[in-house]
Design a protein around this ligand. Structure first.
Ligand SMILES: Nc1ncnc2c1ncn2[C@@H]1O[C@H](COP(=O)(O)OP(=O)(O)OP(=O)(O)O)[C@@H](O)[C@H]1O
Ligand SMILES: CC(C)(CO)[C@@H](O)C(=O)[O-]
Ligand code: BAL
Length: 282
């Protein structure tokens, strides 16, 4: 595996593959890799001939009171995992390479960025859209892979790609979970054992609400019950919401729906989401 930190070297590496007619996949990450990231890498290997993984803890997507400084950084372990998985190139740009002196542009996707996590983390999705647009231009992949764990992020990126006529495919990869159902996340390392045990309430509350709604129950009552379950487990709830799966606006009759939640326990903010399978009970 090649590891590069300068754009000129990234471009040279990718250009050689492109000249040979090879298909290139990009997996953008912020590092501290776990099996969720590795599922993206495996999907990338199936989708393309060459796999580029980026690790960049993007300052522009963290708010002033968020965890940028303490976000886990594990470059050596990450690099070994990626090499062992057969990744071709690791793109590790320093902050000055990504945002040189004078950088002044922001990419903003309205609508889908403004609700849920967008409302709770002002500016977050502008930071994500800006860095992802840059990564797409730097690597120029044929396909890029993102996890469904960050469902709203995936929706924002699909909108960005459609609106700017970017020529690449976006593949969503299902959420990888611990045995008890908690979604894998780099931020799970922040959880002390007691909070880790309680955190299982997040996927459970979503599951309970999903079954109630899928069976035709009152959505507002189901969402209220999920909020109560989370509060009882010690979470402070940012939101539990039922939305249209693509726009993240109000659910629309006959279109796929998604249940999404964000909640904080012991100072750690966790997110999760699941589809609402009305057909299971049709
Ligand atoms: N459990 C998971 N299953 C599938 N994909 C995941 C999972 N966790 C993260 N990803 C995906 O990996 C990519 C990189 O995410 P990132 O590096 O932010 O990791 P993370 O675990 O989501 O970290 P964080 O704690 O910041 O949420 C994103 O596309 C994200 O959706
Ligand atoms: C897509 C991403 C790598 C952009 O910084 C980040 O938001 C993430 O890891 O999900
Ligand atoms: N996985 C999403 C990145 C973030 O929370 O900033």
């Amino acid at each position: 595996m090649q590891t590069v930190r300068q754009l000129v070297d990234l471009r040279a590496g990718v250009a050689a593959w492109r000249a040979a007619g090879e298909r290139v996949a990009l997996v953008p990450t912020m590092g501290a890799l776990h099996d969720g990231h590795m599922a993206l890498v495996e999907a990338a290997k199936r989708a393309a001939d060459r796999v580029v993984v980026s690790i960049f803890v993007n300052p522009k997507q963290f708010g002033p009171n968020e965890d940028l400084a303490k976000y886990p950084r594990k470059e050596l372990a990450d690099s070994r995992m990626l090499a062992a998985a057969g990744v071709d190139l690791l793109w590790l740009p320093p902050v000055e390479e990504m945002y040189p002196e004078g950088f002044a542009t922001s990419v903003s996707v309205s609508g889908v960025s403004e609700v849920l996590d967008g409302a709770h983390r002002p500016g977050h999705f502008d930071g994500v859209a800006t860095v992802v647009a840059k990564l797409f231009n730097q690597v120029r992949p044929d396909v890029a892979l993102f996890g469904e764990k960050d469902w709203q992020q995936l929706a924002v990126i699909r909108r960005l790609v459609a609106d700017l006529n970017l020529e690449l495919e976006i593949h969503g990869v299902p959420t990888q979970r611990e045995d008890d159902g908690l979604a894998l996340s780099s931020r799970n390392v922040y959880l002390v054992p007691e909070d880790r045990a309680r955190a299982v309430a997040l996927p459970r509350a979503l599951g309970v609400a999903e079954r109630a709604i899928a069976k035709g129950g009152d959505p507002e009552a189901a969402l209220a019950q999920a909020r109560e379950m989370l509060a009882a487990a010690g979470f402070e709830v940012d939101y539990v919401a039922l939305t249209d799966a693509d726009t993240l606006g109000e659910p629309v009759e006959g279109r796929p729906m998604r249940l999404l939640a964000a909640a904080r326990i012991g100072g750690t903010r966790l997110i999760d989401n699941i589809p609402v399978n009305t057909n299971d009970y049709g």
